[in-house]
Structure formats: structure tokens, C-alpha cells
Design a protein around this ligand. Structure first.
Ligand SMILES: *[C@@H]1O[C@H](CO)[C@@H](O)[C@H](O)[C@H]1NC(C)=O
Ligand SMILES: *[C@@H]1O[C@H](CO)[C@@H](O)[C@H](O)[C@H]1NC(C)=O
Ligand SMILES: *[C@@H]1O[C@H](CO)[C@@H](O)[C@H](O)[C@H]1NC(C)=O
Ligand SMILES: [Cu+2]
Ligand SMILES: [Zn+2]
Length: 216
């Protein structure tokens, strides 16, 4: 009987571990273009987002060209409306209605991804992770947008009146709408996803354990 209990517990543990990793990650992409600048250049490129499972951080890859050397504010903006170019995309995505900040700050807009630093080639290709943005759930960034700014984001630390609102990062030099880029037939995590599955596995484990220990 004890052996049966052990086997059951092991089985439940395996099932809940399996639920933690999806074979097909959630992926999204934004294709970026911007207004032609005074010197006739135009930023071009893309940003890809990969999230392996519900509740996990999102891997962001930024590949852009024709960007002026230096630091540029980079954010998720609230809308996907390109009807008036980058200007109709609204403000930083900020569902908590808090102050603007840096990616590593406890207080930040969900959309605050800080700065990207571009070298003299004008080309950037960087990858990093962010634990606040998500490709699923009530706060999905899909359908919203990415915006690259002309100037450095002061991360809420500047003395300008816009510092706590926008980071005072200046004009919008490139933007794009974030869309789905996976072969997933159904987008996961809508009903709590793996988290809920793990929880019900834990309950099953306890119940089975109780039944079996009574039988001993
Ligand atoms: C993203 O941009 C890079 C660099 O321009 C390019 O090589 C790559 O093919 C693009 N990816 C997509 C999916 O468009
Ligand atoms: C500039 O940045 C690009 C992309 O991030 C990198 O591939 C390249 O090696 C860098 N060039 C210099 C001169 O640092
Ligand atoms: C605000 O910051 C700017 C640039 O760092 C500086 O020139 C200016 O004196 C500062 N203004 C105040 C009121 O601190
Ligand atoms: Cu912005
Ligand atoms: Zn912000």
C-alpha cells in the first residue's frame, strides 16, 4: 500500500512538472518603422517576444538599424493605433496608474523597458528578459505597441516635469504593433493556465494520499 502511495505521489509530481514547460512557446513580433528624419534616415527593424509559459518572464530581442548612436528610450505603449503613425499609440502602457520608472524599479509602468544603447554602427541586436510584461492574461502586451524614442529615458530620475510620466525621452523615431507569431492553435493561460493545473494536481495529490493512508 505504501508503495502505491509513493507511486501516486511521484506520478502527480511528474504531471505537474510537465505542466510547467510548454513545447510551443508564446511568441509575438513587432515590425518597426519610423518617420523619415531630418537627415533622411529612417529607423527599421523588429522586436520579437518569447514567453515559454504562463507567468514566466518574456525574452525580448531588439534588432534595429539606422539608429543614432547613444541611448534611446524604449517602451510598450498602450495602443495599437497607427492611424497617425507613432503619435496615435497613446502613452506608456500603465494599467496600475503609477509613476514612470526603470525596468528594475519596483514602481514602474508595465511598459517601461528603459533604454537601449546603440553604438556608432547604428545597428543594434540585443536580447534580454523582463518579468513584468506578459504575452498572456489580462495584461497582455499583444495588440499594443513598441516605441523607440529620440532621446534617453531619464527613468523617472530627472528634474523635468515629464520625468515621472514619460522619462522625457523626446520624439518617437520608430514604432510597431505587437502581433502573435506562434503556431499555437489556442493561446494558453486564459483560465489560469499551468498555475491552476499545478494547483489542482496538488489537491489531487493530497486527496489520493489521504484515501491511501486510510487504507493502510
Ligand atoms: C528582424 O530584423 C533582422 C535584422 O534586420 C532580420 O535579419 C530579420 O530577418 C528580421 N526578422 C523578421 C522576422 O522579420
Ligand atoms: C555594435 O553593435 C552591434 C549590434 O549590437 C554589434 O554587432 C557590433 O559588434 C557593435 N560594434 C561595435 C564597433 O561595437
Ligand atoms: C535640471 O537638469 C538640467 C540638466 O541636467 C540642468 O541643466 C538644470 O539646471 C536642472 N534644473 C534644476 C532646476 O535642477
Ligand atoms: Cu515611449
Ligand atoms: Zn513609463
Amino acid at each position: 500500500m505504501l508503495r502505491l502511495l509513493t507511486i501516486t505521489l511521484a506520478l502527480c509530481a511528474t504531471l505537474s512538472a510537465a505542466a510547467q514547460t510548454r513545447s510551443t512557446p508564446m511568441e509575438a513580433i513587432a515590425t518597426l518603422t519610423g518617420p523619415v528624419q531630418a537627415d533622411n534616415t529612417q529607423v527599421k527593424g523588429n522586436v520579437t517576444f518569447i514567453q515559454n509559459d504562463c507567468g514566466q518572464s518574456v525574452h525580448v530581442r531588439i534588432q534595429l538599424e539606422n539608429v543614432k548612436e547613444g541611448k534611446h528610450g524604449f517602451h510598450i505603449h498602450e495602443k495599437g493605433d497607427l492611424s497617425n503613425g507613432c503619435t496615435s499609440l497613446g502613452g506608456h502602457y500603465n494599467p496600475d496608474k503609477v509613476d514612470h520608472g526603470a525596468p528594475h524599479h519596483e514602481v514602474r509602468h508595465v511598459g517601461d523597458l528603459g533604454n537601449i544603447e546603440v553604438n556608432s554602427t547604428g545597428i543594434i541586436d540585443i536580447t534580454y528578459s523582463d518579468a513584468v510584461i506578459s504575452l498572456n492574461g489580462k495584461r497582455t502586451i499583444i495588440g499594443r505597441s513598441v516605441v523607440l524614442h529620440e532621446l534617453e529615458d531619464d527613468l523617472g530620475q530627472g528634474n523635468h516635469t515629464d520625468s515621472k510620466k514619460t522619462g522625457n525621452a523626446g520624439g518617437r523615431i520608430a514604432c510597431g504593433v505587437i502581433g502573435i507569431n506562434s503556431d499555437l492553435e489556442e493561446w494558453p493561460c486564459r483560465d489560469g493556465g499551468a498555475g491552476a493545473l499545478r494547483q489542482s494536481m496538488a489537491i489531487v495529490t493530497v486527496v489520493v494520499g489521504l484515501i491511501l493512508s486510510r487504507g493502510l
